[in-house]
Design a protein around this ligand. Structure first.
Ligand code: PLP
Length: 351
């Protein structure tokens, strides 16, 4: 079975070998206070910065999921207000999680066919946290880099937090443009679920220190104290951190990965432009995600296609929420091989 699911997604094919190696070397049982773990943690952070082009003065933390990052931000970074600009299910969930923890969350939904107009989002001189989803996995849209840049310029006193769960490690991100970025690893990183990476700018860390929330096991000031020693407050997902290190060691610099992903995206778009029965869900190309393709068709066609795909050995992503019966999604993640994409196209040719 080849998985084109946009998360959890196909893992890099070297993973079984790395797991076996980790088992043989006793890494599966190392103590998270040991020098050995600290070396792995330090090296993984260094590799993330090197391969993804993250500024050296940004801090990196390991959490269990992107959902946990939503909660950590609400607890440790938001003092009162958060502003959620979104067009899909993940952005909306982030708003809901934040609002349960800090009731001062505000939501600004926009249409998935539209690029949001940045001049609508001027939040005054307060010190809130603006929350955006870089790549909305549920409907296959993404925000342009200029939007993120202008949003920050329009709101210099606020922090900007970006959910990049289905784009980090797939496309090049300009980390300088925002204060907080995060992603779980079961999407573009091509790793098994159960780990996420949280990236914070020096300015974000200043705010974290000022608020100094220490009420929770995952309060950021605690995490920061422990990370000074390349440790975490709790026993982390040591295996997955190790696997992340090994995968990054073999990864090309993000600029090259980005090029490959964009090229494949353009080929997919061309492919669907040539088809009658299957269409990209989003008509506005400027809003297209490079890493997740949502494909729309009639309900009857989708039902048949999903069933046939399974029989032929392809796992396609379900449509999300109210799009479930009329769409499916295709991941365009780095771990997928050219050959596998060709096979899927051959299968889709019959539709
Ligand atoms: C998958 C996803 C999440 C949730 O990730 P978890 O690791 O399951 O918490 C959040 N945001 C976006 C954009 C996602 O694609």
């Amino acid at each position: 079975m080849i998985s084109f699911y946009p998360g959890p997604s196909k893992v890099h094919e070297e993973i079984p070998e790395y797991v076996k190696y980790a088992y043989r070397k006793g890494i599966l049982s190392i103590n998270h206070r040991s020098a050995e773990f600290m070396r792995i943690c330090e090296r993984t952070v260094a590799l993330l910065k090197e391969k993804l082009d993250i500024p050296q003065d940004y801090k990196i933390f390991f959490t269990g999921s992107a959902t946990e990052c939503w909660e950590i931000i609400a607890q440790s970074v938001v003092s009162k207000r958060s502003y959620h600009i979104y067009n899909g299910a993940f952005g909306q969930k982030w708003y809901e999680y934040s609002n349960r923890i800090r009731s001062g969350a505000r939501q600004f939904p926009f249409d998935r066919e539209e690029l949001p107009n940045v001049n609508k989002y001027k939040f005054g001189s307060g010190d809130g946290v603006i929350c955006v989803t870089h790549n909305e996995t549920s409907n296959g849209t993404q925000l342009p880099e200029e939007f993120i840049r202008d949003l920050k310029d329009n709101n210099p006193n606020h922090l900007l937090a970006v959910d990049a769960t289905s784009s980090m490690a797939g496309v090049a991100l300009n980390f300088e443009l925002a204060d907080i970025w995060f992603a779980s690893v079961q999407k573009c990183f091509g790793l098994p679920a159960g780990l996420a990476v949280l990236v914070c700018s020096p300015k974000a860390m200043e705010v974290v220190e000022k608020i100094n929330d220490r009420n929770f096991y995952n309060s950021l000031p605690f995490m920061n104290d422990m990370m000074e020693k390349w440790q975490t407050p709790f026993t982390p997902n040591v295996l997955n951190i190790y696997l992340l290190m090994r995968v990054l060691e073999n990864s090309k610099p993000i600029a090259l990965v980005d090029e490959k992903i964009r090229k494949r995206y353009r080929k997919w778009v061309k492919y669907f432009e040539g088809k009658q029965t299957l269409n990209h869900l989003i008509r506005n190309k400027a809003a297209h995600s490079f890493t997740v393709l949502p494909i729309a068709a009639s309900e009857a066609a989708i039902t048949k296609l999903k069933r046939d795909a399974k029989e032929k050995g392809f796992l396609l992503g379900e449509g999300y929420g109210d799009l479930k019966s009329t769409t499916f999604r295709i991941a365009n993640f780095p771990a997928l091989k050219k050959k596998e994409i060709e096979k899927l196209k051959n299968f889709l040719d019959t539709y």
